[in-house]
Design a binder for this molecule. Structure first.
Ligand code: SAM
Length: 374
């Protein structure tokens, strides 16, 4: 049976997520604001949760109801038969986005919807679902748009960017989903050597290793919300997990992450261990000034620090100049990408960019600068 779904993603990554969904077999794929609508069957829903690298959550819209004001919203939510989706012994969480003039507080709107659901349960069964905001069985997503409320079941639960392998994080880590998107944007292929000289907790290198080894990121997760749905097909899910485990590859080209901070490198190493790919990637402490390419050609991707206050930015001028000098002198034959949130710093690299790609890094407008080194 074909169902409509909506995959949420970061602002600006909608096209990349759409491509990912098409590759996974989705149809009617349509990028929208911070998400992509698509169609597919239950197998596809499970696959997207298991294999999605740039996706946060997959929602299954179940009802669109009129909701101009809180009373109407309550009435209309209560008129839906919730026993189709949720049993009183299951815990529930409500997540609400969007607003209109009468429903302009997401928290209050979420409570209103939750009340309508549990009041119906209480009336029908004499018992009701408890609210659990940490590890709920069923998550209902409500999106207020103009005079309507789109109610969806969240098939994922905790966002997919929390892969489950990154127990340790340095300062300003990239989201795993953004690191994966950067790899798609740079068109890195698993045959190419990859270097990140400011690797922090290792996100870019680890995401690349997962791609290169064809490891499904969902394999690291313990639970998805669709496993609590009334129509959960445990056999189908088991088969998809087995298939994913069987399709892993064994070898990677050189993949190296270095960072000046020894503690952060230990974190990156422990994350690689948690991914069970500790022997496939190398993380070691090294200052940028000592970096050398591990192959004749490859891709270098990094997000160096970019500071917030003027004094912090100015203190980073020499580092960005050094970056440009090193690219030019040591990385001939390579393509380098620098993600930065500061224009002044990007000028200090001192090389001609062949592309400047705008990237939203957790709400901070950044640019991915591309340099071809001949
Ligand atoms: C924005 S963080 C990178 C975060 C990383 N992409 C992640 O996802 O965890 C910048 C990193 O640059 C490192 N760094 C700063 N100066 C450096 C230098 N001169 N050489 C090497 N690494 C440096 C810092 O220790 C920090 O981990």
């Amino acid at each position: 049976m074909t169902t409509s779904y909506f995959a949420t993603t970061a602002r600006g990554l909608e096209e990349i997520t759409a491509q990912e969904l098409i590759k996974l077999g989705a149809t009617a794929v349509k990028p929208e604001f911070t998400g992509v609508s698509f169609e597919g069957d239950r197998t596809l829903l499970y696959k997207v949760n298991l294999w999605g690298r740039t996706i946060f959550r997959v929602l299954q819209p179940i009802h669109t109801i009129k909701s101009t004001n809180p009373e109407q919203l309550y009435r209309n939510v209560r008129s839906i038969d919730w026993s189709e989706y949720l049993q009183p012994e299951q815990t529930i969480a409500l997540r609400c986005t969007g607003k209109n003039p009468q429903l302009n507080n997401s928290h209050v709107t979420a409570i209103q919807i939750k009340n309508a659901i549990v009041d119906q349960q209480q009336q029908k069964h004499g018992v009701r679902s408890n609210v659990d905001t940490i590890e709920p069985d069923i998550v209902i997503n409500a999106h207020i748009h103009e005079n309507n409320c789109i109610l969806s079941l969240d098939s994922t639960g905790d966002s997919l960017h929390r892969r489950g392998y990154r127990t340790a994080m340095g300062l300003a880590p990239l989201k795993e989903t953004l690191a994966a998107a950067l790899l798609y944007i740079t068109e890195w292929t698993p045959e190419q050597a990859l270097v990140d000289p400011f690797c922090g907790s290792g996100t870019i290198i680890l995401e690349a290793a997962l791609m290169g080894l064809n490891i499904a990121p969902g394999l690291y997760r313990k639970k998805f919300c669709f496993q609590n749905w009334t129509d959960y097909d445990a056999k189908l899910w088991g088969n998809l997990l087995k298939e994913a485990e069987m399709s892993q590859k064994e070898h990677l080209p050189p993949m190296i992450g270095t960072d000046a901070d020894a503690d952060i490198i230990r974190q990156a190493q422990s994350n690689a261990k948690a991914c069970e790919i500790g022997d496939q990637v190398k993380f070691y402490q090294q200052h940028l000034v000592d970096i050398t390419p591990p192959a004749e050609s490859g891709i270098l991707i990094c997000n160096p620090p970019y500071g917030k206050r003027l004094s912090e930015v100015e203190a980073l001028f020499p580092l960005y100049k050094l970056l440009g000098d090193i690219f030019k002198q040591r990385f001939k034959g390579w393509t380098a990408y620098v993600l930065t949130g500061n224009k002044e710093l990007s000028k200090k690299v001192g090389l001609r960019t062949c592309a400047r790609i705008p990237i939203n890094n957790g709400g901070i407008p950044c640019t991915l600068l591309k340099y071809e080194m001949y």
